[in-house]
Design a protein around this ligand. Structure first.
Ligand SMILES: CC(=O)N[C@H]1[C@@H](OP(=O)(O)OP(=O)(O)OC[C@H]2O[C@@H](n3ccc(=O)[nH]c3=O)[C@H](O)[C@@H]2O)O[C@H](CO)[C@H](O)[C@@H]1O
Ligand SMILES: [Mn+2]
Length: 341
């Protein structure tokens, strides 16, 4: 009898242990990427909690931006200056203290852009957050020594040189996929992909963080009909989008999200472009075409206005109240290994 009870007791104990640890395993985010937990402090991503006693302006249901739309037709925020309060946003996201990876490529002559990008990034990009710049380059010696803020680091990844710029821009998908698997997965909660030929001019903060955030391309955000978007139109390519479909045209120069969601998307762009290469076709705007295809059928959870990537080539219209980061004017023919466009 005693023996029988103790056997039941052991079985029940084992079962409860299983349930307990199973629960912790699921809680720690091993089930779905959107349930990730910051490993350092156990804070769940996108828990919109805030400390008590914070002082900030009362939000209004009546006043806000009226000159632009600040919500998509799938009810995701469309972020413009004036649609968020940085005090509230920072309070929410600082509680989690996420680790943010920024992946940039500086291959060939593009190392000249590193200094301006990094120095301005230290002034304006997610200030007071933990940031690691992953610099993929074929020339480690040309990575400048920049004074970084607390909790911010640089990690250099050496990759081969390239003969064609198209090879570099598409290669970003391949090398990022490989390096997330090898290294970044254990070091970051969010990941951004960015062009290096840009300079930050103003706050680019935690309001940009979400499961998947994409930026409206400055050239097509206002009056362009969907059949005029520069999507890939040849059915032979994996990036093909028919003329009567499309939401927006997104830039491939700034995009970000949860590490695992970004991994899935970067890998998608990589494998789709590999398929295209097998079929002897290259999408019209390389990875940007594949990115736009993905985001049409897998909607981003935040859409960022062109404030989050403007260009020094263009004048600034009324609805762009602040330029947060801008592409530099460059001599394409001089800076690219196989010349211009
Ligand atoms: C504003 C915008 O929409 N930018 C996109 C547009 O780029 P851009 O015309 O701005 O292309 P780009 O010359 O800046 O190339 C994209 C990035 O690749 C890297 N790079 C490129 C060439 C090279 O020799 N070495 C090197 O390191 C570097 O990080 C650069 O910023 O079209 C490209 C693909 O056609 C990409 O989709 C860019 O994201
Ligand atoms: Mn660029």
């Amino acid at each position: 009898m005693f023996c029988y009870i103790s056997r039941i007791y052991i079985l029940v104990s084992l079962a409860s242990l299983l349930v307990f640890f199973g629960g912790i395993y699921i809680y720690l985010g091993h089930s779905t990427p959107s349930f990730r937990v910051c490993p350092d402090n156990g804070w769940r991503m996108e828990d919109l909690t805030m400390q008590t006693g914070l002082k900030y302006a009362q939000p209004s249901t009546q006043n806000g931006r009226t000159d632009v739309n600040s919500v998509t037709n799938w009810n995701a925020p469309l972020v413009w200056e004036g649609t968020f309060d940085p005090v509230v946003i920072d309070a929410i996201y600082k509680k989690m203290d996420p680790r943010v990876a920024v992946v940039v490529f500086a291959v060939g002559k593009y190392t000249r852009f590193l200094k301006g990008f990094l120095e301005s990034g230290e002034k304006y990009f997610l200030v007071d957050f933990r940031v690691t710049y992953y610099i993929f380059t074929d020339n480690e010696q040309d990575v400048p020594k920049i004074k970084l803020g607390k909790g911010r680091t640089i990690s250099v990844v050496t990759i081969p040189s390239a003969k064609r710029w198209q090879e570099v821009v598409l290669g970003r998908m391949k090398w990022t996929t490989i390096t997330i698997d090898k290294q970044i997965r254990n070091e970051a909660d969010y990941l951004y992909m960015m062009d290096i030929d840009s300079v930050f001019h103003s706050r680019f903060g935690a309001e940009s963080l979400s499961q998947l955030s994409a930026v409206l391309h400055r050239g097509y955000y206002k009056n362009t009909q969907r059949d005029q978007f520069p999507y890939e139109r040849r059915p032979k390519s994996k990036a093909f989008i028919p003329y009567d479909e499309g939401d927006y045209y997104y830039t491939a120069a700034v995009w970000g999200g949860y590490l695992e969601d970004m991994y899935k998307l970067v890998k998608y762009c990589y494998t789709q472009s590999e398929e295209d290469a097998k079929n002897e076709i290259e999408a019209v705007w390389q990875e940007e075409s594949h990115l736009n295809k993905y985001l049409l059928y897998n909607k981003p959870t935040k859409v960022l206005s062109p404030e989050y990537l403007w260009s020094d080539y263009d004048s600034i219209p009324q609805d762009i109240k602040v330029v947060r980061i801008s592409q530099l004017v460059k001599n394409y023919a001089e800076v690219r290994p196989n010349g211009g466009q």
